[in-house]
Design a protein around this ligand. Sequence first.
Ligand code: NI
Length: 161
Amino acid sequence: MALLNIIKKGDETLSKICKPVTAITPRIITLLDDMRETLLDSEGVGLAAPQVGILRRIALVIDTNDNDRIYELINPEIIAAEGEQEGMEGCLSVPGEWGINRRPMKVTVKATDRNGNEFTVTGEGLTARCFCHELDHLDGKLFCEVAERMLTKEEIEELMG
Ligand code: NI
């Protein structure tokens, strides 16, 4: 396994639309393992393949409501969403910036796992927010581009205290 470099805002890779995974090759498995290690080494709760320079529809999400289990999502799609929440969001690719985003309160995602099996998973609260945030990455969208508003320097300083 290896720690991968996380690409930062301003790199055009982050604005590209990712291609579906058509076969789960040993390279994809290695990518999943490396993304897992990279995510666990970071302060984040999610990581999408374009953030490590790979334009494929793969994302990892840590479910903080369920003992920090990690969902590996290959070709994920949101198949149901309900409710609404407004809250703070940040991104490993946008260090030092935070914004207020409106997201569904509950989201169900359909995806393929590393064994090629399709599964669905439902997340609420932060996990629902994370599913939306990571899936946006696969379509070249950063949270700061869909934010209601970004926090000011003063607000961030106050929060970080
Ligand atoms: Ni992000």
